[in-house]
Write a protein that binds this ligand. Sequence first.
Ligand code: AP5
Length: 224
Amino acid sequence: PPPRPVRIILTGPPASGKGTQSAMLAQEFKLVHISTGDMLRAAVVSGTELGLQARRYMDRGELVPDELVIALLQERMAQPDVIERGWVLDGFPRTIAQVESLDAAGVQPDLVLCLEVPEAELVQRVTGRRSDPVTGRVYHLQYDPPPADDTELLQRLVQRSDDSEETLRTRLDAYQQNVAKLKGRYAEVLAEVDGHRSKQEVFADLTRAVGMVHMHRQMVAQRA
Ligand code: AP5
């Protein structure tokens, strides 16, 4: 039988690099990148009922109510690409109710990776972040600058409406209120990773951890 697809949860405080690293891991291991933040922002842009409801929470930096996010995620998790290829889940679960929704659906991650980044660095990352609405690529004005000669790209870069230092504090509070409980629930598969290093150094550590799970899956499949 083919190996069972790998399932990874990537967590960490706001602007710790979850989106950046999830996209790189998804490409490296051919996993589906599922980001509840991206899905909610897409719902806001397309003006759906969910988007209208979610927007006021997101703009304030508060968590969107569990029932809305859980329904959104359940719909995505049921799609064939996610089931066949495995996934890296970015930004979910954030509360115990969200963990319990995964438990109830029989979804257990192989690995939960948590990026650890000090608060002062998060402020730098959040205020310098800009994204390209056309490609979805995320840049940082100092750490990962867009090409200086691409004027078309530079003109269309946008800053997220929740990327102020003030809103970051609310987002960080929401994270800190829940993180210990989340880590406790996934203690057996948890790996804390120093995210306060270059993108490539962080990625090397994450790749090693995911690579071990991947190899284990293949060995199990070969023995079966
Ligand atoms: P979400 O989009 O998940 O926001 P977040 O958790 O605050 O995380 P970010 O997207 O801000 O950052 P990131 O960790 O992905 O960092 P990135 O790679 O971009 O959620 C937004 C909102 O949606 C929430 O506040 C909530 O309202 C709602 N929501 C979402 N999920 C929810 C859920 N499950 N339940 C309830 N509500 C939910 O990197 C940041 C910057 O740093 C970039 O500019 C990047 O280029 C740069 N960078 C990345 N890595 C490095 C590095 N190693 N060195 C230097 N710079 C780096």
